[in-house]
Design a binder for this molecule. Structure first.
Ligand SMILES: [Zn+2]
Length: 338
């Protein structure tokens, strides 16, 4: 496969030396939805050494419009996104070590998942996780590349630890839940995802080949045709609790909850108190009479009394049919246990 990367190697700012750096790199990608799918595909085609993708969700029909690694078969089988992405990416480039991890990236597992990598790519859909990534990145001196899209608008920026600002220098804390627009309330266009992912992956390739990423924040509205770059050369905030005082509040779990309302999706995620794999066979026998149950090695889907419960092998559930935390807690306790 000597030809595989020939066009990228011909590009003089990469060359043979850059390609070798890309080949020996380890990239952690948090979230494999729209941005994550597109970034993962480009990184895999570019020939990174190792790509670890983490995602908590499973593929649904409404994802197919923009999440380019997934197919109708993934929807009908209810495949978790991390597993679906892993199989698609392996078929694209067998030289890359692809590892899909079906998990909710949280304060208590993110360091173990991301630390041994050269860079973290943001494919998340929420600020809480981005602040968590920022904590890990600052703590372990890792670069990370932020990206977000909603409607026809997208934004991206590369954070490098050191002299430049971290996410918390720019924003002290995440916006309150429900105050920012989401894909579930105002929709999203496929093209803006590709623009932002393209910018993110370009920054990743520059950083992996030891070149400075752009110090500009890219803001794009593909529908209105507006492209703006804002200077972000601003140095660190001297008061920043994260990069100046090394208080990693998000990593310490101070800002997280066990129940997460998945905004606009009519669903609540419930994390188990005790970790350990649920027994799908046992549960399916127990619930078979009162509801409709099916499962594969990754997850179980239960339709029962107007709720749809997706139970993952790590014990976590996504309960659809309510956005009410206490109702979800009751449903979880009733059918799954604690
Ligand atoms: Zn900072």
């Amino acid at each position: 496969m000597a030809d595989r990367y020939s066009r990228q190697v011909l590009f003089s700012d990469i060359g043979e030396v850059g390609q070798e750096k890309i080949r020996s790199s380890r990239v952690a990608l948090v979230g494999c939805g729209a941005l994550g799918s597109v970034s993962a595909e480009m990184l895999t085609r570019a020939g990174v050494g190792k790509l670890r993708l983490m995602d908590r969700d499973f593929v649904e029909e409404s994802n197919l419009q923009r999440q380019s690694l997934f197919t109708e078969e993934h929807v009908s089988k209810g495949v978790p996104k991390a597993a679906a992405a892993e199989s698609t990416l392996r078929a694209i480039n067998s030289e890359v070590e692809i590892e899909g991890v079906i998990t909710d990236v949280r304060w208590d597992n993110i360091e173990g998942l991301c630390r041994d990598h050269d860079i973290i790519v943001d494919g998340t859909d929420n600020f809480e996780t981005r602040f968590l990534i920022n904590d890990v990145a600052v703590k372990h001196s890792l670069p990370w590349v932020y990206g977000a899209c909603v409607g026809s608008y997208g934004i991206s920026f590369a954070f490098e630890s050191g002299t430049f600002a971290c996410l918390q220098c720019l924003f002290e804390r995440p916006p309150e839940v429900g105050t920012s627009q989401t894909c579930d309330t105002v929709g999203i266009l496929g093209p803006v995802v590709h623009v932002i992912a393209a910018y993110q992956v370009t920054q990743v390739l520059k950083i992996l080949t030891d070149q400075s990423p752009s110090r500009k924040i890219l803001q794009v509205d593909v529908w209105n045709g507006t492209w703006q770059t804002l200077g972000a050369e601003r140095a660190k905030s001297q008061q920043c609790r994260c990069c100046q005082q090394h208080e990693f509040r998000f990593l310490e779990g101070e800002e997280t909850t066990r129940m997460t309302r998945l905004c606009g999706r009519g669903a609540v995620q419930v994390s188990p108190q005790q970790k350990g794999p649920p027994d799908f066979h046992d549960l399916s026998q127990r619930l078979d009479k009162s509801g409709q149950v099916d499962f594969n090695q990754h997850m179980m889907r239960i339709q029962i009394e107007g709720y749809e419960i997706a139970l993952f092998a790590d014990g976590r559930s996504i309960i659809r049919g309510t956005e009410d935390i206490s109702e979800a807690r009751a449903v979880y306790a009733k059918y799954i246990g604690n």
